[in-house]
Design a binder for this molecule. Structure first.
Ligand code: 13P
Ligand code: SF4
Length: 337
Protein backbone atom coordinates (compact mmCIF):
# COMPACT_ATOMS: atom_id res chain seq x y z
CA UNK A 1 0.00 0.00 0.00
CA UNK A 2 1.23 3.49 -0.83
CA UNK A 3 2.83 5.77 1.71
CA UNK A 4 3.47 8.74 -0.59
CA UNK A 5 0.73 11.36 -0.21
CA UNK A 6 -1.03 12.58 -3.35
CA UNK A 7 -0.79 16.27 -4.18
CA UNK A 8 -4.10 18.11 -3.65
CA UNK A 9 -6.50 18.08 -6.58
CA UNK A 10 -6.69 21.12 -8.81
CA UNK A 11 -10.32 21.42 -9.83
CA UNK A 12 -9.55 24.49 -11.98
CA UNK A 13 -7.56 22.17 -14.27
CA UNK A 14 -10.83 20.57 -15.31
CA UNK A 15 -11.72 23.74 -17.24
CA UNK A 16 -8.33 24.01 -18.89
CA UNK A 17 -7.32 20.42 -19.44
CA UNK A 18 -10.58 18.47 -19.30
CA UNK A 19 -9.30 16.18 -16.55
CA UNK A 20 -8.14 16.48 -12.95
CA UNK A 21 -4.40 17.02 -12.77
CA UNK A 22 -3.32 14.93 -9.80
CA UNK A 23 0.12 13.56 -9.13
CA UNK A 24 -0.24 9.87 -8.43
CA UNK A 25 2.05 7.79 -6.29
CA UNK A 26 3.98 5.82 -8.94
CA UNK A 27 4.04 2.70 -6.74
CA UNK A 28 0.25 2.54 -6.57
CA UNK A 29 -1.31 -0.60 -8.09
CA UNK A 30 -3.80 1.18 -10.34
CA UNK A 31 -5.53 -2.01 -11.45
CA UNK A 32 -6.18 -3.10 -7.86
CA UNK A 33 -7.30 0.40 -6.85
CA UNK A 34 -9.68 0.74 -9.79
CA UNK A 35 -11.17 -2.69 -9.07
CA UNK A 36 -11.57 -1.79 -5.38
CA UNK A 37 -13.33 1.49 -6.21
CA UNK A 38 -15.68 -0.25 -8.65
CA UNK A 39 -17.01 -2.38 -5.78
CA UNK A 40 -16.95 0.33 -3.16
CA UNK A 41 -18.82 2.88 -5.31
CA UNK A 42 -21.06 0.44 -7.23
CA UNK A 43 -19.50 1.77 -10.44
CA UNK A 44 -19.37 0.10 -13.83
CA UNK A 45 -16.63 0.72 -16.41
CA UNK A 46 -17.86 0.65 -20.00
CA UNK A 47 -15.00 0.71 -22.52
CA UNK A 48 -14.90 1.02 -26.28
CA UNK A 49 -12.66 -1.33 -28.28
CA UNK A 50 -10.39 1.60 -29.21
CA UNK A 51 -9.28 2.19 -25.62
CA UNK A 52 -5.77 1.25 -24.61
CA UNK A 53 -5.49 -2.43 -23.65
CA UNK A 54 -4.93 -1.83 -19.90
CA UNK A 55 -8.24 0.06 -19.75
CA UNK A 56 -10.02 -2.72 -21.65
CA UNK A 57 -8.60 -5.21 -19.13
CA UNK A 58 -10.23 -3.47 -16.12
CA UNK A 59 -13.55 -2.78 -17.87
CA UNK A 60 -16.80 -4.55 -16.97
CA UNK A 61 -17.97 -4.39 -20.57
CA UNK A 62 -16.02 -3.76 -23.77
CA UNK A 63 -17.98 -3.17 -26.93
CA UNK A 64 -19.00 -1.19 -29.97
CA UNK A 65 -21.21 1.90 -29.86
CA UNK A 66 -24.44 -0.13 -29.94
CA UNK A 67 -23.39 -2.55 -27.20
CA UNK A 68 -22.18 0.32 -25.05
CA UNK A 69 -25.53 2.14 -25.41
CA UNK A 70 -27.45 -1.04 -24.58
CA UNK A 71 -25.34 -1.54 -21.46
CA UNK A 72 -25.62 2.11 -20.41
CA UNK A 73 -29.41 1.82 -20.64
CA UNK A 74 -29.57 -1.43 -18.65
CA UNK A 75 -26.96 -1.01 -15.92
CA UNK A 76 -27.93 -1.03 -12.25
CA UNK A 77 -24.68 0.61 -11.18
CA UNK A 78 -24.82 4.04 -9.50
CA UNK A 79 -21.89 5.41 -11.49
CA UNK A 80 -21.11 4.82 -15.16
CA UNK A 81 -17.43 5.38 -15.85
CA UNK A 82 -17.19 5.76 -19.60
CA UNK A 83 -13.87 4.83 -21.14
CA UNK A 84 -14.57 6.19 -24.57
CA UNK A 85 -15.23 9.58 -26.14
CA UNK A 86 -17.56 12.44 -25.23
CA UNK A 87 -20.51 11.59 -27.51
CA UNK A 88 -20.58 8.05 -26.05
CA UNK A 89 -20.70 9.35 -22.47
CA UNK A 90 -23.42 11.84 -23.47
CA UNK A 91 -25.45 8.97 -24.94
CA UNK A 92 -25.05 7.06 -21.66
CA UNK A 93 -26.26 10.15 -19.76
CA UNK A 94 -29.31 10.52 -22.03
CA UNK A 95 -30.17 6.86 -21.48
CA UNK A 96 -29.50 6.88 -17.72
CA UNK A 97 -30.11 10.50 -16.72
CA UNK A 98 -30.29 9.80 -12.98
CA UNK A 99 -26.89 8.14 -12.87
CA UNK A 100 -23.57 9.86 -12.50
CA UNK A 101 -21.65 9.52 -15.79
CA UNK A 102 -17.92 10.08 -15.55
CA UNK A 103 -15.57 10.55 -18.52
CA UNK A 104 -11.85 10.44 -17.52
CA UNK A 105 -11.01 13.24 -19.99
CA UNK A 106 -13.77 15.62 -21.09
CA UNK A 107 -11.68 16.62 -24.11
CA UNK A 108 -11.88 13.12 -25.59
CA UNK A 109 -13.91 14.35 -28.56
CA UNK A 110 -14.54 13.01 -32.06
CA UNK A 111 -13.81 14.55 -35.46
CA UNK A 112 -17.14 13.28 -36.79
CA UNK A 113 -19.12 14.91 -33.98
CA UNK A 114 -17.11 18.14 -34.43
CA UNK A 115 -17.81 18.18 -38.17
CA UNK A 116 -21.53 18.68 -37.64
CA UNK A 117 -22.36 21.62 -35.37
CA UNK A 118 -26.07 21.71 -34.48
CA UNK A 119 -26.74 25.34 -35.61
CA UNK A 120 -25.37 24.62 -39.11
CA UNK A 121 -27.18 21.32 -39.30
CA UNK A 122 -30.47 23.00 -38.34
CA UNK A 123 -30.11 25.22 -41.45
CA UNK A 124 -29.24 22.19 -43.62
CA UNK A 125 -32.32 20.40 -42.32
CA UNK A 126 -34.52 23.39 -43.22
CA UNK A 127 -33.52 22.88 -46.86
CA UNK A 128 -35.13 19.43 -46.75
CA UNK A 129 -38.19 19.91 -44.51
CA UNK A 130 -39.80 16.57 -45.38
CA UNK A 131 -36.73 14.41 -44.90
CA UNK A 132 -36.30 11.91 -42.06
CA UNK A 133 -33.03 12.60 -40.22
CA UNK A 134 -30.82 9.61 -39.47
CA UNK A 135 -27.70 10.48 -37.48
CA UNK A 136 -24.76 8.25 -36.81
CA UNK A 137 -24.41 8.03 -33.04
CA UNK A 138 -21.00 9.76 -33.44
CA UNK A 139 -22.58 13.19 -33.04
CA UNK A 140 -23.27 15.62 -30.20
CA UNK A 141 -26.24 15.30 -27.86
CA UNK A 142 -27.55 18.56 -29.34
CA UNK A 143 -27.50 17.04 -32.83
CA UNK A 144 -29.46 14.09 -31.50
CA UNK A 145 -32.24 16.53 -30.56
CA UNK A 146 -32.54 17.32 -34.31
CA UNK A 147 -32.53 13.64 -35.28
CA UNK A 148 -35.40 11.21 -35.89
CA UNK A 149 -33.42 7.97 -35.60
CA UNK A 150 -29.86 7.39 -34.47
CA UNK A 151 -27.78 4.51 -35.80
CA UNK A 152 -24.46 2.83 -35.27
CA UNK A 153 -22.43 0.94 -37.85
CA UNK A 154 -23.95 -2.32 -36.52
CA UNK A 155 -27.58 -1.33 -37.13
CA UNK A 156 -27.36 1.40 -39.81
CA UNK A 157 -28.68 -0.82 -42.65
CA UNK A 158 -31.66 -1.90 -40.50
CA UNK A 159 -32.38 1.72 -39.57
CA UNK A 160 -32.37 2.90 -43.21
CA UNK A 161 -34.51 -0.09 -44.26
CA UNK A 162 -37.06 0.74 -41.54
CA UNK A 163 -37.93 4.03 -43.30
CA UNK A 164 -40.70 3.96 -45.94
CA UNK A 165 -39.28 3.98 -49.49
CA UNK A 166 -41.08 7.20 -50.46
CA UNK A 167 -39.40 9.24 -47.71
CA UNK A 168 -36.32 11.39 -48.25
CA UNK A 169 -33.50 10.67 -45.79
CA UNK A 170 -30.80 12.99 -44.49
CA UNK A 171 -27.78 11.08 -43.20
CA UNK A 172 -25.25 12.83 -40.93
CA UNK A 173 -22.43 13.27 -40.16
CA UNK A 174 -20.28 10.55 -41.83
CA UNK A 175 -20.24 10.78 -45.64
CA UNK A 176 -18.24 7.52 -45.97
CA UNK A 177 -20.68 5.46 -43.92
CA UNK A 178 -23.47 7.25 -45.78
CA UNK A 179 -22.05 6.31 -49.19
CA UNK A 180 -21.61 2.71 -48.00
CA UNK A 181 -25.26 2.66 -46.85
CA UNK A 182 -26.42 3.97 -50.23
CA UNK A 183 -24.67 1.01 -51.83
CA UNK A 184 -26.01 -1.55 -49.32
CA UNK A 185 -29.62 -0.35 -49.25
CA UNK A 186 -30.06 1.08 -52.77
CA UNK A 187 -31.48 4.28 -51.21
CA UNK A 188 -30.36 7.78 -52.16
CA UNK A 189 -29.33 9.67 -49.02
CA UNK A 190 -28.81 13.39 -48.52
CA UNK A 191 -25.32 13.33 -47.02
CA UNK A 192 -23.62 15.65 -44.55
CA UNK A 193 -19.96 16.07 -45.48
CA UNK A 194 -18.20 14.78 -42.33
CA UNK A 195 -15.43 12.22 -41.92
CA UNK A 196 -13.54 10.40 -39.19
CA UNK A 197 -9.96 11.65 -39.04
CA UNK A 198 -8.73 8.10 -38.36
CA UNK A 199 -10.59 6.17 -41.03
CA UNK A 200 -10.07 8.66 -43.86
CA UNK A 201 -6.27 8.56 -43.85
CA UNK A 202 -5.51 4.90 -44.46
CA UNK A 203 -2.93 4.53 -47.20
CA UNK A 204 -4.21 2.51 -50.16
CA UNK A 205 -0.66 2.16 -51.46
CA UNK A 206 0.82 0.84 -48.19
CA UNK A 207 -2.12 -1.53 -47.72
CA UNK A 208 -1.66 -2.87 -51.28
CA UNK A 209 2.00 -3.49 -50.44
CA UNK A 210 0.98 -5.38 -47.29
CA UNK A 211 -1.38 -7.49 -49.41
CA UNK A 212 1.56 -8.48 -51.63
CA UNK A 213 3.66 -9.27 -48.55
CA UNK A 214 0.84 -11.29 -46.93
CA UNK A 215 -1.10 -12.78 -49.86
CA UNK A 216 -3.24 -14.99 -47.57
CA UNK A 217 -4.32 -12.11 -45.33
CA UNK A 218 -7.93 -10.90 -45.34
CA UNK A 219 -8.38 -7.14 -45.49
CA UNK A 220 -11.09 -6.13 -43.02
CA UNK A 221 -12.37 -2.54 -42.81
CA UNK A 222 -14.74 -0.33 -40.85
CA UNK A 223 -17.44 1.41 -42.97
CA UNK A 224 -16.10 4.82 -41.86
CA UNK A 225 -13.21 4.13 -44.32
CA UNK A 226 -13.22 5.73 -47.75
CA UNK A 227 -14.82 3.90 -50.70
CA UNK A 228 -11.48 3.15 -52.43
CA UNK A 229 -10.57 1.00 -49.41
CA UNK A 230 -14.00 -0.54 -48.86
CA UNK A 231 -13.98 -1.58 -52.53
CA UNK A 232 -10.97 -3.85 -51.97
CA UNK A 233 -11.93 -5.14 -48.48
CA UNK A 234 -12.79 -8.81 -47.92
CA UNK A 235 -15.12 -7.87 -45.07
CA UNK A 236 -16.70 -4.59 -43.92
CA UNK A 237 -18.22 -4.21 -40.47
CA UNK A 238 -18.52 -2.39 -37.18
CA UNK A 239 -15.84 -3.07 -34.56
CA UNK A 240 -17.87 -5.95 -33.10
CA UNK A 241 -18.50 -7.25 -36.63
CA UNK A 242 -14.78 -7.16 -37.42
CA UNK A 243 -13.94 -8.94 -34.17
CA UNK A 244 -16.52 -11.66 -34.85
CA UNK A 245 -15.21 -12.13 -38.40
CA UNK A 246 -11.64 -12.73 -37.15
CA UNK A 247 -12.95 -15.31 -34.66
CA UNK A 248 -15.09 -17.25 -37.11
CA UNK A 249 -13.18 -16.94 -40.39
CA UNK A 250 -10.64 -19.72 -40.93
CA UNK A 251 -8.02 -17.27 -42.23
CA UNK A 252 -5.01 -16.83 -39.95
CA UNK A 253 -3.81 -13.39 -41.11
CA UNK A 254 -5.80 -10.15 -41.16
CA UNK A 255 -4.97 -6.58 -42.22
CA UNK A 256 -7.12 -4.49 -39.91
CA UNK A 257 -8.33 -1.15 -41.33
CA UNK A 258 -9.74 0.48 -38.24
CA UNK A 259 -8.32 1.92 -35.01
CA UNK A 260 -5.76 -0.63 -33.74
CA UNK A 261 -7.15 -0.73 -30.15
CA UNK A 262 -9.51 -3.48 -31.38
CA UNK A 263 -6.53 -5.75 -32.07
CA UNK A 264 -6.19 -6.39 -28.32
CA UNK A 265 -9.50 -8.29 -28.25
CA UNK A 266 -8.78 -9.97 -31.60
CA UNK A 267 -5.46 -11.26 -30.30
CA UNK A 268 -6.99 -12.43 -26.99
CA UNK A 269 -9.71 -14.33 -28.86
CA UNK A 270 -7.35 -15.81 -31.49
CA UNK A 271 -3.84 -15.94 -30.02
CA UNK A 272 -2.44 -17.95 -32.94
CA UNK A 273 -3.63 -15.56 -35.66
CA UNK A 274 -1.67 -12.59 -37.04
CA UNK A 275 -3.26 -9.11 -36.98
CA UNK A 276 -1.55 -6.38 -38.98
CA UNK A 277 -2.72 -2.80 -38.34
CA UNK A 278 -3.41 -1.00 -41.61
CA UNK A 279 -1.01 1.96 -41.93
CA UNK A 280 -2.08 5.55 -42.53
CA UNK A 281 -0.79 8.15 -45.01
CA UNK A 282 1.88 9.42 -42.63
CA UNK A 283 4.97 8.02 -40.95
CA UNK A 284 3.07 6.03 -38.30
CA UNK A 285 2.84 2.24 -38.45
CA UNK A 286 -0.72 2.20 -37.15
CA UNK A 287 -3.59 4.64 -36.96
CA UNK A 288 -4.55 5.56 -33.39
CA UNK A 289 -7.48 7.85 -32.56
CA UNK A 290 -6.00 10.74 -30.56
CA UNK A 291 -9.37 11.34 -28.91
CA UNK A 292 -9.84 7.78 -27.70
CA UNK A 293 -6.25 7.69 -26.51
CA UNK A 294 -6.71 10.77 -24.28
CA UNK A 295 -8.03 8.37 -21.63
CA UNK A 296 -5.26 6.73 -19.61
CA UNK A 297 -5.18 4.41 -16.61
CA UNK A 298 -4.01 7.36 -14.48
CA UNK A 299 -6.93 9.55 -15.55
CA UNK A 300 -9.32 6.63 -15.06
CA UNK A 301 -8.06 6.15 -11.50
CA UNK A 302 -8.31 9.86 -10.63
CA UNK A 303 -11.77 10.18 -12.23
CA UNK A 304 -13.06 7.24 -10.20
CA UNK A 305 -11.51 8.50 -7.00
CA UNK A 306 -12.95 12.03 -7.23
CA UNK A 307 -16.02 11.10 -9.34
CA UNK A 308 -15.06 13.84 -11.79
CA UNK A 309 -15.26 15.03 -14.53
CA UNK A 310 -18.95 14.39 -14.78
CA UNK A 311 -20.97 14.63 -18.00
CA UNK A 312 -23.90 16.98 -17.39
CA UNK A 313 -26.58 17.76 -19.98
CA UNK A 314 -29.47 20.24 -19.95
CA UNK A 315 -32.81 18.55 -19.21
CA UNK A 316 -34.20 19.69 -22.57
CA UNK A 317 -31.33 17.98 -24.44
CA UNK A 318 -31.89 14.76 -22.50
CA UNK A 319 -35.63 14.86 -23.19
CA UNK A 320 -35.40 15.78 -26.89
CA UNK A 321 -32.37 13.61 -27.65
CA UNK A 322 -33.75 10.46 -26.10
CA UNK A 323 -36.41 9.61 -28.70
CA UNK A 324 -33.89 9.13 -31.51
CA UNK A 325 -31.79 6.74 -29.40
CA UNK A 326 -34.82 4.84 -28.13
CA UNK A 327 -36.01 4.33 -31.72
CA UNK A 328 -32.56 2.99 -32.65
CA UNK A 329 -32.63 0.56 -29.72
CA UNK A 330 -36.14 -0.64 -30.69
CA UNK A 331 -35.07 -1.29 -34.29
CA UNK A 332 -31.97 -3.13 -33.05
CA UNK A 333 -34.08 -5.29 -30.74
CA UNK A 334 -36.50 -6.15 -33.54
CA UNK A 335 -33.50 -7.13 -35.69
CA UNK A 336 -32.04 -9.28 -32.90
CA UNK A 337 -28.94 -7.10 -32.58
P1 13P B 1 -18.30 1.10 -33.66
O1 13P B 1 -17.49 0.55 -32.52
O2 13P B 1 -19.73 1.22 -33.27
O3 13P B 1 -18.11 0.28 -34.89
O4 13P B 1 -17.79 2.58 -33.95
C1 13P B 1 -16.49 2.87 -34.30
C2 13P B 1 -16.06 4.22 -33.94
O5 13P B 1 -15.42 4.93 -34.68
C3 13P B 1 -16.37 4.72 -32.64
O6 13P B 1 -15.86 5.98 -32.50
FE1 SF4 C 1 -14.39 9.80 -33.73
FE2 SF4 C 1 -13.01 8.46 -35.55
FE3 SF4 C 1 -12.04 8.69 -33.11
FE4 SF4 C 1 -14.17 7.13 -33.55
S1 SF4 C 1 -12.12 6.81 -34.34
S2 SF4 C 1 -13.90 8.61 -31.89
S3 SF4 C 1 -15.19 8.27 -35.18
S4 SF4 C 1 -12.40 10.38 -34.54
Amino acid sequence: MSTIAEAPIKVEDLEKKGYLDVEIDPTLDLVAEIKRMKKEKNAVILAHYYQESEIQDVADYIGDSLGLSQHAAATEADIIVFAGVHFMAETAKILSPHKKVILPDLKAGCSLADSCPAPLFRKFKELHPNAIVVSYINCTAELKTLTDICCTSTNAVHVINSIPKDKEIIFAPDRNLGAYLEKKTGRKLILWNGTCMVHEIFSHEKISRLQVQYPQAKLIAHPECEAHLLNIADYIGSTSGLLKYTKTNPATQFIVATEPGIIHQMQLASPDKLFIPAPPNNTCACNECPHMKRNTMQKLYVAMKYEMPEVILPEQVIRDGRASIDRMLEISKEAGL
